[in-house]
Design a binder for this molecule. Sequence first.
Ligand SMILES: Nc1ncnc2c1ncn2[C@@H]1O[C@H](COP(=O)(O)OP(=O)(O)O)[C@@H](O)[C@H]1O
Ligand SMILES: [Mg+2]
Length: 221
Amino acid sequence: MIQLKNIKKYYQMGENLIKALDDVSLNIKKNDFVAVMGPSGSGKSTLMNIIGCLDTPSSGTYILNEKEVNSLDDDEMAKIRNSNLGFIFQNFNLLPRLNAIKNVALPLLYSSNNYNNIKKAIESLEMVGLKDRIYHKPSELSGGQSQRVAIARALINNPSIILADEPTGNLDSVTSEEIMKLLQKLHKKGQTIIMVTHEGSIAKYADYAIHMRDGKITNDI
Ligand SMILES: Nc1ncnc2c1ncn2[C@@H]1O[C@H](COP(=O)(O)OP(=O)(O)O)[C@@H](O)[C@H]1O
Ligand SMILES: [Mg+2]
């Protein structure tokens, strides 16, 4: 499903060449649940951004669902992003003025007021256990509920892959466990999930972990 071959991402900062990713090769199969671990600055977010088609590598090949991605232009990348990828972030990234339904319907291409989109958004919110909070705005939701809304939003386009960058980073341990159980449930239903985390207790929900250091993968067992 995901194939990275010799991916490099370099930044020239004055005299210094920063190797954010330094020759990363990786295969991720359909329905894998992968944890990406490693110290701050090791390249985890850079890797997620490239897999998520939010950024392009300096060199190397990225194949997503049998399609070579790194030669595409911005519009084509955006299309792939919309139809294949769902994103979950540490700080939820919800729009404060919109209620849960409208936040979830946002990635749908047409108006978020469209009847079908609202119906789909409500179904997605039901799937994450928030049936009774669909008219709440982010300020009226707890952290765990907000992250559920973000997960419902990530699922709305039925993505083949969910990318989660420290999804429990802002949550207490009990709520973190609830969110991980939800991700685990999605995984059991067939969802492919790639998740960055610092914590072993969170990584254990994944099938396996990739460890990064200085832009390199140090193991993938
Ligand atoms: N846009 C950028 N410009 C310059 N350096 C960057 C940029 N993005 C990331 N880096 C550098 O690349 C390295 C990896 O960053 P990142 O992928 O964010 O690490 P992590 O998510 O593991 O903390 C770091 O040294 C960081 O400072
Ligand atoms: Mg990061």
